[in-house]
Ligand binder design. Sequence first.
Ligand code: RFL
Ligand code: PHB
Length: 390
Amino acid sequence: MRTQVVIIGSGPAGLLLGQLLVNAGIDNIILERTSKAHVLSRIRAGVLEEGTAAMLDEAGVGERMHREGLPHDGFDLAFDNRRHRVDLHGLTGGKRVFVYGQTEVTHDLMDGREAANAVSIYEAGNVQPHDFDGDHPFVTYEKDGKTHRIDCDFVAGCDGFHGVSRKSVPEAAIETFERVYPFGWLGIIADVPPVGEELIYANHPRGFALCSMRSTTRSRYYVQVGAEERVEDWSDERFWDEIRSRLPGRTAEAMVTGPSIEKSIAPLRSFVAEPMRFGRLFLAGDAAHIVPPTGAKGLNLAASDVRYLFDALREFYIEKSSAGLNDYSNRALARVWKAERFSWWMTSTLHRFPDQGTFGQRIQHAELDYLFQSRAALTMLAENYVGLPF
Ligand code: RFL
Ligand code: PHB
């Protein structure tokens, strides 16, 4: 087989890149290790920046997002038993975010790909990129007991943090930067109306909590838990008691509880690999970087990488220029590091750290207090949350 671009991974990064390329008449094949159903069953991100939403429109798959997604003009930060509103819209000159689940984004992109008759190969085993440091890269994979080979011009490594693309690069060619946080997020989904009209991020002596949602009838809630905690030890009742104990009294009283339909623990990590290009292999999304979820940036960063990579590939095929491809890594990393900084800052400001001590707690409190006394400080938060320009 031969194609122009082999995309490894059928998460949001791979699917979005694939759809934009298909629409531009650039041939591509997606290779995914797991099944379609498995990709769709992963419950992850929930907040889209306007730039991400605009890319879904550009890809021709934004219709349901506009119909079912919830535009949010702000969110609340809760501390000292009170909620303080961050007016995203007012602080950023009219910007907002969309609450629309990653599962739905993935679903819409898969439907778009099917309608365009583009090729995706699911349950592709042992995917391996080869010879990407030369002019004739190819990718091999196993399916139905046979080894297959696809020759291509470029390989897009969109295969997430545990994927094969980054691992195929010689260690000496890559530098990594990492921070692992000493806690995780225990998250649940329940078919109960969300406690607030907007998201609530809470800093509390018992730890961080987040009230998010997927719709007006489905809530997504999280609490910070120790890195060693096991999900089996968290009954629904224990979860509801814990989250209510971390929220202001009136919010806790208003919270509607019910049986969870999903419950899991995610570790928190910051990670960046540099560069993001190795010859004809390009990394995008979680394959190149991870942020802790506190800033709602992971999926949005995957989309901004795809913005730069798609523009560069289009320039290569249509304008016969390699300038965008040569710039890709630097352009993407400049935005990645700003989102890394913001996600680290949100995480540091809102969580309890085992070693923070009373001094650290007072500093954290001063930071929160300052935010709501300074429009400049709050604007810093708001402009990062709605997403920096591409
Ligand atoms: P994905 O989604 O991990 O997709 C990678 C795909 O590649 C496949 N794969 C392979 N395929 C072939 N061969 C191999 N060897 C392969 N290895 C892996 C995988 O099966 C998979 O299908 O990466 P992508 O596309 O870069 O997308 C990144 C986002 O999924 C991620 O950043 C977000 O989910 C992060 N995130 C959030 N991001 C936001 O922007 N806003 C949020 O509100 C938000 N909340 C979250 C989050 C992540 C969370 N968890 C669980 C990590 C909340 C949580 C709890
Ligand atoms: C979510 O709804 O899953 C969500 C929302 C905001 C975040 C992280 C996760 O910062």
